[in-house]
Design a protein around this ligand. Structure first.
Ligand code: ADE
Ligand code: ZN
Length: 336
């Protein structure tokens, strides 16, 4: 049997603010003298009952409100990287939402310095490599996104790509075409959340207008056979987040999740945790629970791990090394 939780893999869809565990929220709130709406860790956790994406986003933005100093961002990212490393994550591509911090008066520099120091230290201490992906909040204006892009330019070498997240419906990729044009001209790769709550037309726009290298979620792709053809032809990876989809009621039950059908269609699907502190599991739990619910074979699980490395933005030599580790783990599982 494959050790699902520790199989070498990359995590490609992970919001660092979504790894903020209630215990750490309370500890940092106390240090910063911030009063929380909830009286205890247990009361906060008990509020994690979501009916859709917006009901989650409301509580997600509230939690991150306690983050103020470089040290806070450092502790947040370090806690994630330790947990991910223990679950076989060799490489992480980590989203952050600068506008959710700068709009509260935290300097862009504070956020990026705290995060990058954590990433550098985790590479040295844990052997986990990582990249940052800067997301624009799509429910804010295109002008605010453009200003955020301009603020990031001095840190160009620390950010591999730009992305698009937050409330999808009513905020299509087309709203950000000019921002993404500029980002690509400045040398950033592009990704976007699309087809989570929004339909296949959001995925078409992400491909055609934002020229994304990957689609984040994309679980509604199968509704449009022409779109599936396009994703196959270009081998566009999809960063799927099964436990997130259940918690936000994108799917009714994990057993009804389209991941297996996506693999059967030949799509380059990967498994990720999205906002693990809120959705009941890190990437290891996503692998374990999804494999059980959908009856995935060892070969399918290995394909998911391989896809995650192939879909990442690391160089070919590093990819090769991580892929070799996966083959070794698969061979050991077959003989052991
Ligand atoms: N921000 C954090 N998690 C998100 C998700 N699942 N969809 C859109 N925006 C997000
Ligand atoms: Zn997400």
């Amino acid at each position: 049997m494959i050790d699902l939780a520790r199989l070498p893999k990359a995590e490609l869809h992970l919001h660092i603010e979504g790894t903020f565990e209630p215990e750490l929220i309370f500890a940092i709130a106390q240090r910063n003298g911030v009063k929380l709406k909830y009286p205890s860790v247990e009361a906060l956790r008990a509020a994690y009952e979501f009916t859709d994406l917006q009901s989650f986003l409301d509580i997600y933005y509230e939690g991150m409100n306690v983050l103020r100093s470089e040290r806070d961002y450092y502790e947040l990212a370090t806690a994630y990287l330790r947990r991910a490393g223990a679950q076989g994550v060799r490489h992480a591509e980590i989203f952050f939402d600068p506008q959710a911090h700068t709009d509260r008066g935290v300097a862009f520099e504070t956020v990026i310095e705290g995060l990058t120091q954590a990433l550098t230290d985790a590479r040295d201490a844990l052997g986990v490599s990582s990249h940052l992906i800067m997301c624009f909040l799509r429910d804010l204006s295109a002008q605010s996104a453009m200003e955020t892009l301009e603020r990031a330019l001095p840190y160009r070498d620390r950010i591999v790509a730009v992305g698009l997240d937050s409330a999808e419906i009513g905020n299509p990729p087309s709203k950000f075409q000019a921002v993404f044009d500029r980002a690509r001209a400045e040398g950033f790769l592009t990704v976007a959340h699309a087809g989570e709550e929004g339909g296949p037309e959001y995925i078409w726009e992400a491909l055609d207008l934002l020229r994304v290298s990957r689609v984040d979620h994309g679980v509604r792709s199968l509704e449009d056979p022409k779109l599936v053809d396009r994703l196959l032809r270009q081998r566009i990876p999809l960063t799927v987040c099964p436990l997130s989809n259940v918690k936000l009621r994108v799917v009714a039950d994990l057993r009804e999740h389209p991941l297996k059908k996506m693999l059967d269609a030949g799509l380059v699907a990967t498994v990720n945790s999205d906002d693990p502190a809120y959705f009941g599991g890190y990437v290891g739990e996503n692998f374990v629970q999804t494999a059980a619910a959908l009856g995935l074979s060892d070969a399918e699980i290995v394909t998911l791990a391989r896809n995650s490395i192939e879909a990442s933005f690391i160089d070919d030599a590093t990819k090769r090394a991580y892929l070799d580790e996966i083959e070794e783990a698969a061979a050991n599982a077959a003989t052991g």
